[in-house]
Design a protein around this ligand. Structure first.
Ligand code: GLP
Length: 272
């Protein structure tokens, strides 16, 4: 695992967007694993700009999202399908047929989990997996006690996650208590992965994930087992990391990553 600390959320996001741009440019066709959550909104905004201003090409790209709420149709504004269309897919040249999320409306959710795993396999596996982290320590919706070998399945959401995400549900919609999520094992199978964490409210859980013991109680700690994982954090999210100075030194001497450092302030692009 490599940890990169940026001065603020904006530069952390810019670095992540630059890395994803590099992945898309270097190795098409690419199978991208995508994440949702408020942290990722700025990443997708920057990718929209790269597409609009520099012609970043998504046409050869296939995507697999980490998760989806159970019981929300794609048209529901809180569904992750809606989120992805709104923040990214509707604004770039990706074929929607090549974008995948687990179907939280499937009649047989166990079968849906198996179908999703097969779909990922048939695509050749995930080249690059983007991840956020929930305050419960979840990646995707793998809540505490998720097995490190788990695959795509239904998961009950913990009170911490309900508390974190419920405010996003407006107009009286109750937040589902279940979600379909790629498993921790599915995520560990990705060839490369990147976890982005910003803000002081992530500091404690990020330290437990990066420097704490491997434990199913903190599913993100499983990323310590991943052979090619980078964690990008802003100063606030990194503030509880004991080794933050050492991580910075290691990063500064690694051209594999420093070539992606943002050099200019980001432009802005509205979702429209
Ligand atoms: C949701 C997603 C997670 C994501 C998390 C982070 O719970 N299922 O995959 O990591 O949001 O959310 P935020 O970026 O809003 O803190």
């Amino acid at each position: 695992m490599q940890v990169v600390i940026q001065p603020n959320a904006q530069s952390a996001v810019a670095l992540v967007a630059n890395i994803i741009e590099g992945v898309l440019r270097d190795r098409p066709p690419t199978v991208l694993g995508l994440a949702t959550g408020s942290t990722m909104e700025a990443v997708y905004a920057q990718l929209r700009i790269f597409h609009r201003d520099q012609g970043l090409d998504f046409s050869a790209c296939r995507t697999f999202n980490l998760d989806e709420y159970v019981g929300l149709p794609a048209s529901h504004p809180n569904s992750y399908r809606f989120y992805m269309n709104h923040h990214l897919f509707n604004h770039v040249n990706i074929d929607l047929q090549n974008t995948h999320l687990p179907d939280g409306m499937a009649a047989d959710l166990d079968a849906e989990g198996q179908r999703y795993e097969r779909l990922i396999d048939n695509a050749g596996g995930i080249d690059f997996q983007l991840l956020g982290i929930g305050r419960s320590g979840h990646i995707g919706f793998n809540e505490p006690l998720s097995a490190f070998h788990s695959r795509t399945r239904v998961e009950w959401l913990t009170p911490a996650t309900l508390e974190q995400n419920a405010p996003l549900f407006k107009n009286g919609t109750a937040m589902p208590h279940q979600a379909m999520t790629m498993g921790v094992g599915t995520i560990l199978d990705s060839r490369r992965c990147l976890l982005l964490a910003t803000g002081a409210e992530k500091a404690d859980i990020l330290a437990r994930a990066v420097e704490g013991p491997l434990t199913a109680m903190v599913p993100a700690s499983a990323l310590q087992l991943h052979a090619n994982c980078i964690v990008v954090a802003d100063e606030a999210a990194a503030s509880h990391l004991q080794g933050r100075k050492d991580y910075q030194l290691a990063f500064q001497s690694d051209p594999k990553w420093t070539r992606f450092l943002p050099s200019a302030p980001m432009a802005s692009a509205a979702c429209g």
